[in-house]
Design a protein around this ligand. Structure first.
Ligand SMILES: Nc1nc2c(ncn2[C@@H]2O[C@H](COP(=O)(O)OP(=O)(O)OP(=O)(O)O)[C@@H](O)[C@H]2O)c(=O)[nH]1
Ligand SMILES: [Zn+2]
Length: 204
C-alpha cells in the first residue's frame, strides 16, 4: 500500500486512496481468469494491483471540485477573449472503458470587471472532467458550464478533438477518425463572435 497517492491533478492525498484498490484488483483478477489467462503467472501477479493504481489516476477527476480550481481569480481587467489551445487530454469512454485522447481548446470572455482565472486552471478544469468515465459531448459541455457557473464570464467556448480507441482497436476499427465537439455559451453564441473564436481555435 502506498503512503502517498498522486492523483495526477497536482495534488497529493497522503494515505487517502480515492478508489477501492482491493475491489478493483479482485475484479481485474476475475477478468484475467475470464479471458483465459493465468493471473498467478509471473508477469501477471502484480497486474491487478497495478491496474488499481492506474484506475486511481484515470478517475481522479471524480474527486476534485471544479469550484475550487476556478476559485483562483485575479484582478485583471480584460474584456476580450482568453483562449488556451491544445490542452492535451486523456479520458475513458464510459461505454467500453477504453481511452479516448486528444486536445481541448478552452476560451472565455471575462465579465466586465469580472473574474479572470489562472491559465493553468483552464487545463486543470479539463483534467477534472476528463479523468472520469466520460462521453466526449458531456466532457465538452461540462467544461463550458463550469466556466459559466464559477467565472460568470460574458461567454465561453470549448472545442474538443479526440480519437476514440473504442473505434480504433475494436468495433468499427477506423484509426485516424477524429471527433470534434463544441460547447458555446453566452455572448460567444452570437454568429460573429462564434466564428472569430472558431477561427482562432481551428487555425492550423
Ligand atoms: N456520442 C458518443 N458516442 C460514443 C462516445 N464514445 C464511444 N461512443 C459510442 O458509443 C456507442 C456504443 O454503441 P453500442 O452499439 O451500445 O456498443 P457496441 O456494440 O460496442 O458499438 P460499436 O462500437 O459500434 O461496436 C458506439 O457507437 C461508440 O462509438 C462518445 O464520447 N460520444
Ligand atoms: Zn467506447
Amino acid at each position: 500500500m502506498t503512503d502517498y497517492v498522486f492523483d495526477d491533478l497536482g495534488e497529493t492525498t497522503a494515505g487517502k486512496p480515492t478508489v477501492d484498490h482491493e475491489r478493483i484488483a479482485a475484479a481485474v483478477r476475475e477478468i484475467l481468469v475470464a479471458v483465459g489467462e493465468d493471473p498467478d503467472r509471473d508477469g501477471l501477479i502484480e497486474t491487478p494491483a497495478r491496474v488499481a493504481r492506474a484506475y486511481e489516476e484515470f478517475f481522479a477527476g471524480l474527486h476534485h471540485d471544479p469550484a475550487e480550481i476556478l476559485s483562483v481569480t485575479f484582478d485583471i481587467s480584460h474584456e476580450e477573449m482568453v483562449l488556451v489551445r491544445d490542452i492535451d487530454l486523456y479520458s475513458m469512454c464510459e461505454h467500453h472503458l477504453v481511452p479516448f485522447h486528444g486536445v481541448a481548446h478552452v476560451g472565455y470572455i471575462p465579465a466586465k470587471n469580472g473574474k479572470v482565472t489562472g491559465l493553468s486552471k483552464l487545463a486543470r478544469l479539463v483534467e477534472v472532467y476528463a479523468r472520469r468515465p466520460q462521453v466526449q459531448e458531456r466532457l465538452t459541455s461540462q467544461i463550458a458550464d463550469a466556466l459559466m457557473t464559477y467565472l460568470e464570464p460574458q461567454g465561453a467556448i470549448v472545442v474538443v478533438e479526440a480519437e476514440h480507441l473504442c473505434m480504433t482497436m475494436r468495433g468499427v476499427r477506423k484509426p485516424g477518425a477524429s471527433t470534434i465537439t463544441s460547447a458555446v455559451r453566452g455572448q460567444l453564441r452570437e454568429p460573429a463572435s462564434r466564428a472569430e473564436a472558431m477561427s482562432l481555435i481551428l487555425r492550423g
